[in-house]
Every structure is written in C-alpha cells, then in structure tokens.
Design a protein around this ligand. Structure first.
Ligand code: CU
Length: 321
C-alpha cells in the first residue's frame, strides 16, 4: 500500500502517542499509589505486591496464578495425552497444605473447571467429581498443544471465589489457530447468539446475549448454574480470567428465560477477549463463542475496518421483545 509510505513520517508521532497511552494505562491499571519509578515488567511484581498485597490481589484478574491466597492448584500429571476423554486429576491444596474438601457452592457447583488451549480453542466447562481420596477427576477432550486449566471455586468460609490457573502440555503436532476477528454473532448447533454491549477497560459493563433459533427468539431457556446462562471471558495473550456475573437468578423476578441473558463483566485492560456463553435449551448445554474488543487497540488497521452497520440490509427478525 502506498499510503504506508506517505504516512511514514507520521508513524513516529503515532508511536510516541501510543507509548504515552501505554504509560497511562499502566498507571491506572493495577494500583496507582506506588507507581513512580517501578519498571513495568521487572520490579512491579515484588515491590507493588509487598506494599499493598490485599489491594493488589483484588485488582488482579483471576486465573493468572497457580497459587493464590494460600490455595494451590495441584495437577496430578505434568503432561497429559491427547484424546477424546483423557482422565484429568487434581487437588486444591489449602493454606495448611492439605487437600481442600470443604467448599461453598457457587453457581450450583462446588468447583468449576475450565479447560482451553492457549490459542483459545477447545473450550470446555465441566464439573469434576471429588473422590474419597480428596482428588477431583474429570475426563477432558484434549488435542495436542499448550492447555490451560482453571479451577473456579469458593473455599468454605472464605467468602470469596478464587480462580487458579495451571498450564499443562499435551504432546503432539499442532497448528496454533489465530483468534477470530471481533464479532457480534455466533452460531452453534442451529442457534444464533448475538452480543450487545461493550467491554470497557477497567470498569464493569453490561453485556446482553440474545439467543434465537431459526430466526425465532428462544424464550424457554433452562436454568444452568443458577442463571439462564454462564459466561466465561478470557483475555487474549495471557488468558486472564475475567470476573463475570449474571444479572439476577431464575425465579427472582428480575430475569427472563430468554431470549436475552444479561451479564456484568469487567475487562482489566484494553485488548481482545474471547467470550464463551454456556446456555441450556431442550436439555442440552451449548457454548457460543465470541471475540470482543475492549477499548482501542494500537493497531491502526482494526479501528477503521470496513464492517460498518449493515443498515441497507433488510433487518427482519430483529429485536422482537
Ligand atoms: Cu461450572
């Protein structure tokens, strides 16, 4: 493209602007008070967390650590074989070093296990069984590649859920998949799910997902995990696990069984995220996947992508209440 050469001189200026924006982002991001001369990458972990660890822990997205607040995700195996139903076993170790067996139920389950390959494919959300040997077990469908496992649970009495994450390699040849472009529509098994709302860096925002089938809004979604849907959002690049909660519970009068399911989600930074919506209809749980972008990416190209509103298009089937 010859515009590129024309804009050559301009690029340096842009780089300076983006640099400044990155600085601001970093300053706003974690905590604020300590941020004078600590280098972003190196010293930040140790110095910032030492001065204000409780505050830091709350600001950090979940799922980035294998051990947090005294709890550790302890996988039985350092690597796993590929297969359609590979047995996976793990324990959650408590502050006393013993396997944790007492949990407060959260979203209808004591522990939620999320498995995803690091390229954000292969998403699975399962509920392992806690055996008498204090070990959680479940089969997972694993393909070759680098996998990330998240255990999302609420230790009894702790009053707060925790998400620990651990890497596990699956041997074999594979080709990492690129992240799909941001999209507001996902198809799964004949269902169409549309996404309304924006992820906003650094603050909570409302996301509404709308389920239809054959152009008809679905109004008889079934409760799943104490809501009419369950949403997991992971940040592209490091798989930070976002805090997401549904608006209302089935039966409390604030939420309907479709077609709209509303969530509140907080994106910790600008960037791309992969959203995984689990919903249940006709007795089957399905997952609709979206890429969503929070804020502006310093990519120049994406912001002006020619995917305007398709207004000229006949917009039948939309927005029936
Ligand atoms: Cu779950």
């Amino acid at each position: 493209m010859n515009t590129a050469t024309k804009l050559g001189g301009f690029t340096l200026g842009l780089l300076a602007v983006f640099g400044a924006a990155a600085e601001i982002g970093n300053a706003i991001g974690p905590i604020g008070p300590t941020g004078d001369d600590a280098p972003h990458d190196g010293g930040a972990h140790t110095s910032a967390s030492a001065t204000a660890d409780s505050a830091t822990a709350e600001e950090l997205p979940g799922g980035l650590m294998i051990s947090q607040d005294g709890y550790t995700l302890d996988l039985d195996d350092a690597e796993l074989p590929a297969g359609p139903a590979t047995p996976v076993a793990f324990r959650v170790l408590g502050p006393d070093g013993q396997a944790l067996t007492d949990y407060d139920t959260s979203h209808d389950e004591d522990l939620h296990l999320i498995a995803v390959r690091r390229d954000l494919t292969g998403f699975q959300h399962v509920h392992p069984e806690l055996g008498p040997d204090e070990t959680w077990t479940t089969p997972l469908e694993l393909t070759p590649g680098a996998w990330r496992l998240f255990a999302d649970f609420d230790p009894a009495g702790a009053g707060e859920a925790l998400t620990l994450g651990a890497d596990v390699p699956v041997a074999g040849q594979y080709t990492p998949q690129p992240l799909p472009e941001p999209s507001r529509t996902a198809e799964v098994d004949g269902y169409t799910v549309t996404l309304d709302g924006e992820l906003v860096p650094g603050s909570e925002s409302e996301l509404t997902l709308s389920v239809s089938r054959n152009g008809e809004p679905v109004t008889d979604l079934q409760p799943y995990l104490a809501a009419y849907g369950h949403l997991v959002a992971l940040r592209d690049g490091d798989l930070a696990y976002l805090h997401v909660h549904p608006a209302g519970e089935p039966g409390d009068g604030t939420t309907e069984p479709g077609p709209d399911v509303t969530f509140y989600a907080t994106a910790p930074s600008a960037g791309d995220y992969r959203l995984f919506l689990d919903f249940q209809h006709d007795g089957v749980v399905r997952t609709a996947e979206f890429t969503a972008r929070a804020g502006e990416l310093p990519a120049g190209t994406a912001a002006t992508a020619p995917t305007d509103q398709a207004d000229g298009h006949a917009d039948d089937g939309h927005g029936h209440g």
